[in-house]
Ligand binder design. Structure first.
Ligand code: C2E
Ligand code: MG
Ligand code: MG
Ligand code: MG
Length: 283
């Protein structure tokens, strides 16, 4: 009887796997059309100095699927990477974010996330260069965020491309610091301007002595290497106080503002076309 039940479970499992694979392929096929269907959208999350002064925004991709509604980036970015579609999507993000930032009256920074595959794209450096020129955007307003893990597979090529991008005047941030597999020597080889401490360390900051010790150590490391330190996922005033006392330079998180359509931040960026230009955003 146990055996029969086991076989039943396997059949159920196989059917479930089948359904999941099918669903995945359907999602991938839809994703391929998302750019032309205008289903992709950028949300913007403020980044501020520790004092609270907003110095820029991170563009975060949203996919508003016709039937499924919002599909989170942690679901569809990996799918896009699998099919190589990430290059097209990533280029759309770069163009859209730069076009948007160029329309602001205030010269705030615009950070975008980069997939490792984009660094292997034909000529990523000239793509960035031409998008900056087309939009007349000062290079030092653009920040490229890249994760530690992302740099691993083609180390020397990634170093050389990031150096060339940086030579344009663009800034580079290491995203999700502390969660990847890379060694600290990455901080030496790559031309980073900023390190963003992963939010898992920040969320435990006021509750867990180990997280607090790690954050303090990373902040010290950042300062000694002349890097700007950024804490992501700051949600409470308690976390902010600890970060301020430990000398963190910049913060990002729900405490300052959530990722939202840029219209919600029209007053901050000085966006002339924004409908809500007079609404003052709290935080
Ligand atoms: P990330 O770059 O580390 O972005 C930070 C994530 O943390 C965002 O999730 C943001 O909404 C969330 N977050 C910000 N502040 C808080 C907070 O105070 N509390 C909490 N609990 N969460 C906070 P999101 O937008 O779902 O993006 C997830 C990841 O998807 C990003 O992580 C990034 O790796 C990737 N991603 C997003 N947009 C793009 C894109 O245009 N291109 C690529 N390649 N990846 C992207
Ligand atoms: Mg990021
Ligand atoms: Mg991050
Ligand atoms: Mg992340």
């Amino acid at each position: 009887r146990a055996k029969a039940e086991g076989r039943g479970e396997i059949r159920f499992f196989e059917a479930e796997m089948d359904r999941m694979l099918h669903d995945r392929r359907a999602l991938q096929a839809d994703l391929a059309l998302s750019v032309s269907r205008n289903e992709l959208q950028l949300f913007y999350q403020p980044q501020s100095r520790i004092s609270g002064e907003i110095i820029g925004f991170e563009a975060l991709l949203r996919w508003d699927h016709l039937r499924r509604g919002f599909v989170p980036p942690n679901t569809f970015i990996p799918l896009a990477e699998e099919t190589g579609l990430i290059n097209e999507i990533g280029e759309w993000v770069l163009r859209e974010a730069c076009r948007e930032a160029a329309s602001w009256r205030k010269p705030l920074q615009i950070a975008i996330n980069l997939s490792p595959l984009q660094l292997r794209q034909g000529d990523f450096v000239s793509l960035v260069h031409s998008v900056l020129l087309e939009n007349n955007l000062a290079p030092d307003r653009l920040v490229l965020e890249i994760t530690e893990g992302a740099l691993m597979d083609d180390y020397s090529r990634a170093v050389s491309i990031l150096r060339r991008v940086k030579a344009l005047g663009v800034r580079i941030a290491m995203d999700d610091f502390g969660t990847g597999y890379s060694s600290l020597s990455y901080l030496q080889s790559f031309p980073f301007d900023k390190i963003k401490i992963d939010q898992t360390f920040i969320s435990n900051l006021d509750r867990n002595a180990q997280s607090a010790a790690i954050v303090r150590a990373v902040l010290a490391l950042g300062h000694n290497l002349d890097l700007i330190t950024v804490a992501e996922g700051v949600e409470t005033p308690e976390q902010l106080t600890i970060l301020r006392n430990d000398g963190c330079n910049e913060i990002q998180g729900y405490l300052i503002g959530r990722p939202q359509p840029i219209e919600e931040y029209a007053a901050i960026v000085g966006r002339s076309t924004g409908k809500n230009a007079r609404i003052v955003v709290a935080g």
